[in-house]
Design a binder for this molecule. Sequence first.
Ligand code: TPP
Ligand code: MG
Length: 295
Amino acid sequence: MNDRMSTTELAGIARQARWHIINTVTTSKAGHIGGPLSATDLLVNLYFRQLNIDPENPQSPDRDRFILSKGHSAIGLYSVLALRGFFPEEELSTFDHGDSRLQGHPDMKITPGVDVSTGSLGQGLSVGAGIALAAKKQGRDFHTWVLTGDGEMEEGMIWETVLSAPRYGLDNLTLIADLNGLQQYGWNVAETDRFDRSEPLGHVDLEKVFTGFGWNAVTIDGHDYEQIAEAFDAAEADRGKAGKPTVILARTTKGHGISFTSGTYKWHNGVATPEQLELARQELQAEIQAEETAR
Ligand SMILES: Cc1ncc(C[n+]2csc(CCOP(=O)(O)OP(=O)(O)O)c2C)c(N)n1
Ligand SMILES: [Mg+2]
């Protein structure tokens, strides 16, 4: 959005989105929770502050593009798209039904606002690089953003694009890495601890690696709205100038925003009990009330 929203307003939207995520997955009785919740603040800042998009005209050729490469977090994207006006919020209750426009993984052919179909991890960055390269060739001035998971970044295809994107000077491409330190289970490192929770990329100095490959790299707290805004603005300001792509290494917490889903691989996916759903509602609602009192 060009008329920029305040941090307080954005945080309020994020709480609504988080409620939609857990409530929708509970209603549909299937879906992912932890990945959508770790990415919510990044998605809200993109869709309500950064992207040049028009919900009334989702196919505009010069719109900014967004690729949710970690497609299993679809309900996070759908919640934000609904709040942004791409389709009615009530439609979220059809999530993952056979005849719904809101499938378990994003489908660009049926869902307004979805630019690329994803779900098979590892592919979104190369698609984003292709779109960014095409934009350069066609002289179009828009930005392409890609969001990956940290487990996803174990996929080799990611690194093929990390290697090649600087070669094409793709300063119109920004990768946001959702570094929540967890994936579906963990690594099978020992029989006694099948679900080792070590970070997928915890042993890697990602800033050094990306910089070495020729990228701009910045590390932020992916739940801090000032840091998110600053990193997004800087990446966008580089378009047409820097001659290299940017990676935003966003440190996040899986399941962020709800006490019992926060910081555990066990809520990678799952369905809340009625008691858990009520607790989540109270926590998100309580925060909304506290914020309103503070205004
Ligand atoms: C190619 C591929 N392999 C496996 C899966 C199954 N899968 C879905 S989510 C997931 C874990 C992803 O972890 P991460 O990228 O860290 O995502 P997040 O923590 O943000 O949920 C896996 C293995 C998949 N969708 N695609
Ligand atoms: Mg992860």
